[in-house]
Design a protein around this ligand. Structure first.
Ligand code: GAP
Length: 444
């Protein structure tokens, strides 16, 4: 993890938030490469979940949430973790983080055994809306994106006239005042979720739970996470929310252990029924064919953007041996990101920066490729060094403009370039006009 955290900072994937002021615990900023990686992930999720399907619509709800929504959903009363303080080192700990030695619970930081009794700590961030500061001005930063989907269910149904089963998807920020943020971005206080609420008839719930579990596993494989590092945990009855008839956690083998990436839960009609009760407005669905009126059930695949970005980086990080400029083997750090996820798709390099013809040709290629994919131009340093810099950030392809491109050695090679593959390091010659098609095919 240390190597990964250091690479993320050094190359501009992820920085500590407010770093120059000493940082704010559990908050992270994504740098120029991190934001591209994150966008690629969110765009692909949106493409697969919303654009490629007839039965899912998108929405984008507000972050500040009416307290009544979170009262009805149970968050105001029950969205809490048991917290314990260590009287020796004053650490605030989640009860499940205590270590147990010879049957005695201890503080994981100092080994202290003088611990307070557990008390419930609500994880929601409370704020005030408007100029007044009484009870009526309280609002919350949403702890999950799901609730605005439930609350807007009727509006979306009316405008779309969809028939069950259908889903509403949302990507957005969520906030939880985690007692102990840790493992880099894994447990943060501000993070993004990609959530789908897939509404159905009661009798379809269990079958759709299986369907969405499989779909989501396929998604992770399609973004480059090996199936062997993904695990499905069937959440045992006693740990499942009382209203859920089945929950799977999709877990990934992070360097710090096997941890949850996504939850896929069959939440029955709990959420819509609660909001129906809380608001006094009907959230029922009317089936034209059977003339039945009922509150739909829901299956929810809920994924974390930041956790998936972290999994992608962990999965892609590797070191191998590659020859340096003089042919001596050296350790190469390479992010083997799936081309679909890579922040930069192709590096463009003139062999020499002081040759105006090579530079002009490379810039021409840059202009040719830019409308199709994210490219990066680099003319400084030996070509091997430039390849290494791109390998380190996961750029899958590199295009080098050399003297053959200018037709100086063999007229047949005029206007061709070398195309280098990050993983195999193999190079081939490709005609410049073919580059957009060749690259687009390999990236899809
Ligand atoms: N609507 C259901 C829901 O929010 P959850 O299991 O609490 O369920 C879903 O959260 C996903 O959101 C998790 O699987 C994880 O990927 C992400 N997530 C939750 N808390 C997080 C945190 N503190 N930091 C980063 N990601 C988090």
């Amino acid at each position: 993890m240390e190597k990964i955290v250091s690479l993320c900072k050094r190359r501009g994937f992820i920085f500590q938030s407010s770093e120059i002021y000493g940082g704010l615990n559990g908050l992270w900023d994504y740098g120029p490469l991190g934001v591209e990686l994150k966008r690629n992930l969110k765009n692909y999720w949106w493409q697969v979940i919303v654009h490629e399907r007839d039965d899912v619509l998108g929405m984008d709800g507000s972050i500040l949430t009416h307290p009544a929504v979170l009262k009805a959903s149970g968050h105001v009363e029950g969205f809490s973790d048991p917290m314990i303080d260590c009287r020796t080192c004053k650490a605030h700990l989640r009860a499940d983080q205590l270590v147990e030695k010879k049957g005695v619970k201890q503080c994981p930081n100092c080994g202290g055994k003088d611990l307070t009794a557990p008390r419930q700590f609500n994880l929601m961030f409370e704020t005030r809306v408007g100029a007044t500061t009484d009870e009526s001005s309280i609002a919350y930063l949403r702890p999950e994106t799901a609730q605005s989907i439930f609350v807007q269910f009727k509006n979306v149904l009316e405008v779309s006239r969809k028939k069950l089963p259908f889903g509403i998807a949302q990507i957005g920020k969520a906030f939880r005042n985690e007692i102990n943020p840790r493992n880099f971005t894994f447990r943060s206080r501000e993070f993004e979720q990609m959530e789908l609420e897939y509404f159905c008839r009661p009798e379809q719930g269990m079958e759709l739970l299986e369907y969405w579990k499989e779909e989501r596993l396929r998604f992770y494989e399609n973004i480059g996470i090996q199936r062997s590092k993904l695990h499905v945990l069937t959440v045992p009855d006693e740990e499942r929310a009382f209203y859920s008839k089945g929950t799977y956690d999709i877990e990934y083998d992070f360097p710090f252990g096997r941890q949850e990436l996504e939850g896929v839960a069959y939440r029955t009609d709990y959420d819509l029924s609660q909001h129906q009760k809380g608001s006094g407005k009907s959230l029922e669905y009317f089936d034209e064919e059977t003339k039945q009126r009922f509150v739909p059930h829901v299956v929810e695949p809920s994924a974390g953007v930041d956790r998936t970005v972290l999994a992608l980086i962990c999965e892609a990080y590797s070191e191998d041996q590659a020859p340096d400029e003089k042919g001596k083997m050296e350790t190469r750090m390479v992010l083997r990101l799936h081309p679909r996820m890579a922040p930069v798709k192709c590096g463009v390099f003139p062999l020499l920066k002081n040759n105006p013809q090579l530079v002009a040709k490379a810039k021409e290629i840059l202009d040719l490729l830019r409308p199709h994919l994210v490219v990066f131009y680099d003319e400084s340093g030996a070509i091997g060094r430039r390849y290494r810099r791109q390998d380190e950030i996961g750029t899958p392809f590199g295009v080098t403009v050399d003297f053959e491109t200018l037709g100086e050695r063999d007229a047949a090679l005029r206007d061709t370039v070398t195309l280098r593959d990050r993983d195999s390091m193999k190079q081939e010659r490709v005609a410049i006009p073919d580059l957009p098609t060749v690259l687009r095919d390999r990236l899809s």
